[in-house]
Design a protein around this ligand. Structure first.
Ligand SMILES: NCc1[nH]cc(CCC(=O)O)c1CC(=O)O
Length: 299
């Protein structure tokens, strides 16, 4: 058996696909990488949230799975919509990397100006930043990780926000200026996910490489996002973490401008933790008006 692993072509995507290949090879399974370009990679100059449909990074790989051209697709799980197309599923995840958001400052001192300028293409990061620093200006930023790093240096903004995992994976750990430990990460940030067809004959080998705790945390965070009918470009943060048999969860929904914010924080025993808990906790925020906050986010 030789499994065909579908991946996007960015350095980060290839690192993640190779990580899955290594895990499978360790189980004695041969693999081959199939590189596929996604819509989100082709169109680099339009903000992510303006590209339309959910799944701008996943659709081309979904289609290849459904057409039987690949056996599995590897994604940053945070880019994967919470609802799968018919016939596909999240089959396994690797152990989570660093889930945090971080600030990268330019190599040369930032430009002087009236207010600090922070760059990010993410609606969630913008809302969290504005919530904490309402006086700062936030400007858009797109492209893959190396492109975004070049832009920070050439524009000399005060900083730009990145996922720590993305930087660490492709050798830019030393560019991290500050860990934003107050910012709640995107649901599933730092998790590599493996998507397959619903029915496959290599379920047993995926079960062996699946990291159960990361899978559980990611599923709870995704259920939280799904219950809010929100996606990866919504001002929603969620993070679950397991320590000594206890699962700690924090989640928040913000208004686009960061001026309003609803939070939920819970601790439960891992024995009681199921994906559905995320939906339960999202319902608590809906009861406080989360849906209305998000409604205004689509404009
Ligand atoms: N939206 C792009 C994206 N998708 C996954 C990662 C990083 C890896 C991860 O979070 O798992 C990144 C880069 C970033 O947000 O800076």
């Amino acid at each position: 058996m030789k499994l065909r692993i579908g991946t996007r072509k960015s350095t980060l995507a290839l690192w993640q696909a190779n990580k899955v290949a290594d895990a499978l090879n360790t189980q004695g399974v041969e693999t081959e990488l199939v590189e596929i370009e996604s819509f989100g990679d082709k169109v680099q100059d339009i903000p992510i949230d303006k590209l339309g449909d959910k799944g701008v990074f996943t659709k081309a790989l979904d289609e290849a799975l459904l057409a039987g051209e690949i056996d599995l697709a590897v994604h940053s799980l945070k880019d994967v919509p919470t609802v799968f197309p018919d016939g596909l599923k999240l089959a396994a995840v690797l152990e989570r990397g660093n889930p945090m958001d971080v600030l990268v400052c330019p190599v040369e001192a930032p430009q002087k100006g009236h207010s600090r300028v922070i760059a990010t293409g993410s609606i969630r990061r913008t809302a969290f930043w504005k919530n904490r620093f309402p006086g700062d200006e936030v400007v858009g930023l797109r492209g893959n990780v190396p492109t975004r790093l070049e832009k920070v240096d050439s524009n000399r903004w005060h900083g730009a926000i990145f996922a720590a995992a993305g930087l660490e994976r492709i050798g830019y750990k030393d560019r991290i200026s500050e860990i934003l430990d107050w910012m709640i990460p995107a649901p599933s940030q730092g998790i590599v996910g493996i998507v397959t067809a619903e029915k496959i004959d290599f379920e047993d080998v995926l079960a062996k490489i699946d990291h159960k705790e990361s899978h559980l945390c990611g599923s709870i965070e995704r259920a939280f996002l799904n219950e809010l009918e929100a996606g990866c470009s919504s001002p929603v943060g969620a993070h679950a973490d397991i320590k000594n048999g206890v699962l700690y969860f924090i989640g928040a929904v913000l208004s686009l401008d960061g001026s309003k914010r609803l939070d939920v924080e819970r601790e439960i025993s891992v024995d009681q933790a199921v994906a559905q808990k995320g939906a339960e906790w999202a319902k608590l925020l809906k009861g406080e008006g989360a849906a209305e906050l998000l409604d205004h986010s689509d404009e």
